[in-house]
Design a protein around this ligand. Structure first.
Ligand code: DGL
Length: 296
């Protein structure tokens, strides 16, 4: 069985492109559709009801565009709306970024003390706290909200100098007290934050592992695609359900060249600048889209 339909991803803005990058690296034959809701970012300081409504609109748009699987490439939307979206679209697998990130952090810590830097809404949901405790109940989870970083990143101010003060203020509380009792792992619980990873590492200035959910989420997606027999035609991988037989050695059918599309509700030029940085000159040009009640 094979399925040429694209994989859909959405975020409140450009942050989810960090997840898209890992998805394309891990599943290079698959087509993708990305939608960033930059016109309405940030989500992390909004009410749960608003985040849920916007997430509905984004997921509906992706389903209308025919995706075969979806990643909610936004921690805030995952924390607030994942279960709801799964009920709304039962026919396609929908993956969030919180469980994969929690697993990565729980496996990275050696001292059992994990810090989570996320948005106000994600911290309020306690989703990371619960997911990390699920992985390892003995882990100490210290969560901090840093929603103020999101608009700075969204506006392109990602150079260490421009955003440095805000980053120092955000990570400073993780560095107070007895060094032997501090966190040894910091989980970037917002998909925007990997875009300033270098500056965060510099501000920490200590041997603290910095992890995010992008790689773990892409690897989980690969598993979900395989188990569901959703691999694109021409894929030479077997599925977990059918451990190979011909699948490992022979393409399931004629390969289809992957097509990548990026949409934004905001300014396409701003998104293009980042897309070229992440994907190179071959990045598709970003197109503007309207969602929900603003639709034509
Ligand atoms: N990138 C998003 C997240 O992972 C949301 C940031 C925001 O819009 O506040 O939480």
């Amino acid at each position: 069985m094979s399925d040429p339909r694209p994989i859909g991803l959405f975020d409140s803005g450009i942050g989810g492109l960090t997840v898209l990058r890992e998805v394309q690296a891990r599943l290079p034959a698959e087509s993708t559709i990305y939608i960033g809701d930059s016109a309405r970012h940030p989500y992390g300081t909004r009410s749960d009801a608003e985040v849920r409504r916007f997430s509905e609109e984004l997921s509906d748009e992706l389903v209308e565009r025919g995706v075969k699987a979806m990643i909610v490439a936004c921690n805030t939307a995952t924390a607030v709306a994942l279960e709801h979206l799964r009920e709304r679209h039962p026919a396609i697998p929908i993956i969030g970024v919180i469980r994969p990130g929690a697993a990565a952090a729980a496996l990275a810590t050696r001292t059992g003390r994990v810090g989570v830097l996320a948005t106000v809404a994600t911290v309020r949901s306690r989703a990371y706290f619960a997911a990390i405790k699920d992985e390892n109940p003995g882990t100490r989870v210290i969560e901090r909200a840093a929603s103020e970083l999101v608009p700075l990143i969204e506006s392109g101010l990602t150079s260490a100098r421009e955003i440095s003060d805000a980053i120092h203020a955000a990570v400073g509380p993780f560095l107070v007290g007895d060094p032997g009792a501090r966190i040894d792992t910091l989980l970037l619980g917002c998909t925007h934050f990997p875009l300033i990873r270098g500056a965060i590492v510099e501000a920490l200035g200590a041997p603290i592992a910095v992890v995010d959910s992008a790689v773990a989420t892409a690897s989980f997606l690969q598993e979900v695609i395989a188990v569901n027999g959703l691999e694109t035609p021409g894929s030479s991988r077997g599925t977990a359900a059918d451990a190979g037989h011909r699948g490992h050695t022979a393409p399931t059918s004629e390969p289809v060249a992957p097509v990548h599309q990026i949409f934004t509700t905001g300014d396409p030029v701003a998104v293009d600048a980042l897309a070229v940085r992440l994907f190179g000159e071959s990045a598709p040009r970003t197109r503007q889209i309207t969602l929900g009640s603003n639709r034509r």
